[in-house]
Design a protein around this ligand. Structure first.
Ligand SMILES: [Zn+2]
Length: 139
């Protein structure tokens, strides 16, 4: 069974079930299909609004070139961090907390944080950013 949106000559839109589109065609040709509002037998399939999500249709194709650009940006971000931030390693959460609560001088730090650490930092309202980190080639 197929549910069709139908429209009569007076622009009444209604729904009706048919076995298949052939059944609709033959029934409307025989004048069996009529509008429940005005009784008109001049009934056509209504144009349905395309049920396509915009996000999907506008998703652009990602090329290897795009990925290379992202990689490039990430490398640059990583370089900036390495040059301007103090590395605190696995103590990141501890250090970030100290700075946040004024126990340490304000400074830029970077390091590793576990998922649990990240979550509790967020819960405490401590601002930080996460970027995908590429292991150093010489590490
Ligand atoms: Zn009608």
């Amino acid at each position: 069974m197929i549910l069709f949106d139908l429209k009569c000559e007076n622009n009444h839109v209604f729904e009706a079930w048919f076995k298949d589109s052939e059944a609709f065609k033959s029934q409307s040709e025989k004048g069996i299909v009529s509008c429940p509002n005005c009784g008109s037998m001049s009934v056509k399939k209504a144009l349905m609004a395309p049920n396509v999500s915009l996000a999907n249709s506008e998703k652009k194709k990602v090329t290897t070139n795009d990925l290379a650009k992202v990689q490039q940006l990430l490398s640059e971000a990583q370089k900036t961090v390495e040059e301007n931030f103090d590395y605190v390693g696995k103590d990141f959460a501890k250090e970030a907390r100290k700075i946040h609560y004024g126990e340490s001088e304000k400074k830029n730090i970077y390091g590793e944080a576990s998922e649990t650490d990240s979550k509790s930092l967020k819960d405490e309202g401590i601002a930080f950013n996460q970027i995908p980190w590429k292991p150093k080639a010489d590490a």
